[in-house]
Design a protein around this ligand. Sequence first.
Ligand code: APR
Ligand code: PHB
Length: 390
Amino acid sequence: MKTKVGIVGGGPSGLMLSQLLDLKGIDNVVLEKHSREYVLGRIRAGVLEHGFAELMREAQCGERMDAEGEIHEGFYISDNGKMQRVDLAGHTGGNSVVVYGQTELTRDLYEARDKMGGKVIHNAEDVSLHELTSDAPYLTYRDGDELIRIDCDFVIGADGFHGPSRKSIPKDVLTEYEKVYPFGWLGVLSRTKPVSPELIYSKSERGFALCSLRSQVLSRYYIQVPLSDNVEDWSDDAFWAELKSRLPADVAAKLETGPSIEKSIAPLRSFVAEPMRYGNLFLAGDAAHIVPPTGAKGLNSAASDIYYLYHAFVAHYQDGDDSGLEQYSEKALARVWKAQRFSWWMTTLLHDFPDNIPYDNRLQDTDMDYLFSSEAAMASLAENYVGLPF
Ligand code: APR
Ligand code: PHB
C-alpha cells in the first residue's frame, strides 16, 4: 500500500489531521491499535478552546458540537469558599470556550472520516516505523498473521504517550522533560443536573475539586486524591461527601448526587519531548506532550500541532514550500510550552501539595490573592484559558 501521509494513532489528533488532509486531497492512512468502540469508550476532558472549535468547523465536523456543545464565557474559582468569576469574554474581547465531551468529538471525527471514505485501519497490531530519516519511510503492521507494509512520504506519530512513534526517535536525539505531581484526580460522571451552569475550580483545605459538565443532564466532577488511593477505595457516597466538603456551602447545598456511570483515578504529569520532528516523522498531541488536566490543555495543545502540520503539508504538496515542515517542531513547541506553563501554574495555584514548606503555601495564597485583586492577572488567566493564538 502507498500513501502520502501515514498516521499512527486514531485518537483526536490523528483523526483531525486525517480529515483535514483528505479535504485538501492529500491521501493518508490512519493506523489505530484498538477497535473504534474501545477508542470511543475513553472518558476524557470536555473544554475546547475557540481555536479547536474553529478547526472542527474547518474539518466539516463541527455541526453536532455547535448544536450540542455549550458556549462558556466564564468560569468560577473558589478559594476556600470565596468564589470569584473569571470573565473570559470580558478579558479577551469576546472569546469563549466550548464545553463538549472529547468522546463526542472523537465520534464526530470518526463519522466524518466514514462519510469521506477515509482510510482508518483498526486493530492494527505491532505498528512499526521504518526508514524515518530516508525519503522513503514506511510503516508495517500485523493483520492477524499477515504483515502489511505502507509506503509513505511522511509519518505522523499521533499515537499518544504510550505509542511507538516517540520511542522510534534515537535517545541521543530526543530530550524528554517531565514533572510528576504528588496526587491524582478521582473523576466521576453522573446523570445529574450540573451544580453550576459554569465550571467551578475549587481550592480548599481538604484539596482541589472541580465541578464540570457534559450537558444539562450529565455532570463531571473531580477531587484531588493521594497517589496511594485506588478507585475501589471510593464509594459514590464517599465521593459526594468529600466533594461537598470542598465546595462553598451554598454550592454544596444544591449539589444533585446520583450513581456514578464512570469513576476513575488519573495521575497528573507534565511532559514534553523535543524535538517534535525526526527525519520524516512528525510527533503530534500526547505522543509529544502531556499536561495535568487542570487547565484543560491536553486536547487543545494537540489542536495547534495539527493546525501547523495541516498547513505545512498543504504548502508542501500544493506549492512545493517546505518551510512549514522545517519550522514545525520549533513553532509547535513554542505554543506547547505556553500550555505547559499555564497548566503547571493553574495546578500549583489550586491543589494541596502535602510536601510544601510553609513558605510555598504562603506563596500559593499570595498568587490567589493577586489573581483576585488584579485585572491584569485575571486577563492573563483568561487569555491562556480560551487559548493563545495558533
Ligand atoms: N499503534 C497504533 N495506534 C496506537 C498505538 C500503536 N502502537 N499506541 C497507541 N495508539 C493509539 C491509541 O489507541 C489512541 O487511540 O493512538 C491513539 C492516541 O490517541 P490519544 O492518546 O487520545 O492522543 P491524541 O490523539 O494526541 O489526543 C490528545 O486526547 O487522549 C486525550 O488527554 C489526551 O486530551 C488529549 C488528547
Ligand atoms: C472535564 O469536564 O472533564 C474537565 C473540564 C475542565 C478541566 C478538566 C476537565 O480543566
